[in-house]
Every structure is written in structure tokens, then in C-alpha cells.
Design a binder for this molecule. Structure first.
Ligand code: SAM
Length: 186
């Protein structure tokens, strides 16, 4: 029993250290969205068609698992750099048998996002700069961006929703269109 406890504590310590080290590298910890925020984000994509939904930094899988369950006919993809949350979300995916969900352990900045209908994120100011640069570099068009808490720099949101929580968490919506990208006015 003592050996089991020692191994368990060692695993928890290693997992904790990995999370802290990766959070220092990415610039954000894998804090999950609240259930109210998840519901509010899902409500914004009711009319977003049938194309893929991609979460940029999928963490423990909170958003992607909710999306994949709500839209079984749609492809849902998550990109996550942090090993422990990615492993955890992969186990959740297997247990939930969500065949429409794919989870990549990959930097979203190096991913092909051109096929996405909806891009969701809960990042941080530096991550939003990276996203803006990626959208411009890859000329990503015809996509709905749903960003929790942080806005895209130098971009006018189409709409801002406030979650009914104690922080009044903002959710920024951007309807990226072909014309907007040409004029760099996302
Ligand atoms: C605040 S958490 C949000 C998790 C999830 N989207 C949610 O709302 O519950 C942000 C996640 O983004 C990940 N992340 C940050 N930059 C990333 C990048 N360039 N590529 C992939 N994941 C990234 C972090 O590791 C972290 O787990």
C-alpha cells in the first residue's frame, strides 16, 4: 500500500510540474471555461452551419467535449500543447465515445485552420496576437471566431456578449469574411 501511495504522489508531482512548465512556455495555464461560458459560447454558433469547429488550446477538453456532444454531425477539433490536459481530454473523449472529436497535441499556430467554420478560444493577450497574425498570414476566410475573455487586437468585434457570471465574462464574436481579410479589417 505504501509503494502505491508513493507512486501516486510521485505521478501527481510530475504531472503538476509538467503543467507548470508548459504553462510558463505557452503563457497560460489550462484553466477550463465555466459551464455558463460554455453554454454562452455554444449559443453563439447555432447558425454557423455544419462545418468543423476548432478550439485553439483545448485544455482539459471542456469546450470540445461539450461541442462534440451537442453537434454529433459536425467535426470538432482541439489543439493543445500541454501534455497532461491533452492526455486527460483524450481519455474523456474515449470514455464518451465521441467519434466526431479529434484532439491534436500541437501548437495551433502551426495547424491548418483553413477548413474551420468556427474557431473558438480562451487564450490570453499574447495568444490573441498570435491568432491575429495567423489569420492574416494564412488568409483565413469565412470563419466565425468566438473568443472568451480576450479580444483580437486592433479588430472590431461583430458582437460582444456578457456571460451572466460574477465576472460578466465577455465573449467576443468576429465574423471573418473574405473582404475583411483583404482590407485587414478583421
Ligand atoms: C485557458 S485554457 C482554455 C482551455 C479550453 N479551451 C477551455 O475553454 O476550457 C488555454 C489553453 O490553451 C493552451 N495553449 C496556449 N497556447 C497554445 C498554442 N499556441 N497551441 C496550443 N495550445 C495552446 C494552453 O496550454 C491552455 O491549456
Amino acid at each position: 500500500m505504501l509503494i502505491f501511495e508513493i507512486v501516486l504522489i510521485a505521478c501527481i508531482l510530475v504531472a503538476g510540474m509538467l503543467i507548470v512548465l508548459t504553462s510558463m512556455k505557452t503563457g497560460i495555464s489550462p484553466s477550463p471555461s465555466s459551464s455558463k461560458t460554455v453554454r454562452a459560447m455554444m449559443a453563439t454558433m447555432e447558425d454557423s452551419g455544419a462545418g468543423p469547429i476548432v478550439d485553439l488550446g483545448s485544455g482539459w477538453g471542456t469546450l470540445v467535449i461539450a461541442f462534440a456532444g451537442k453537434y454529433p454531425q459536425r467535426q470538432v477539433i482541439g489543439y493543445e500543447l500541454s501534455l497532461v490536459p491533452w492526455l486527460f481530454s483524450s481519455i474523456r473523449k474515449s470514455v464518451s465515445r465521441l467519434n466526431n472529436l479529434t484532439l491534436y497535441r500541437k501548437d495551433f499556430r502551426n495547424a491548418d485552420l483553413s477548413h474551420a467554420s468556427v474557431l473558438t478560444c480562451y487564450l490570453f493577450p499574447g495568444g490573441m496576437v498570435s491568432l491575429k497574425e495567423k489569420l492574416e498570414r494564412d488568409k483565413i476566410t469565412e470563419v466565425l471566431i468566438v473568443s472568451s475573455t480576450f479580444a483580437l487586437p486592433s479588430s472590431e468585434p461583430t458582437r460582444v456578449i456578457r456571460v451572466k457570471d460574477m465576472y460578466r465574462t465577455p465573449i467576443y464574436l468576429y465574423h471573418q469574411s473574405r473582404r475583411a481579410v483583404c482590407g485587414q479589417s478583421l
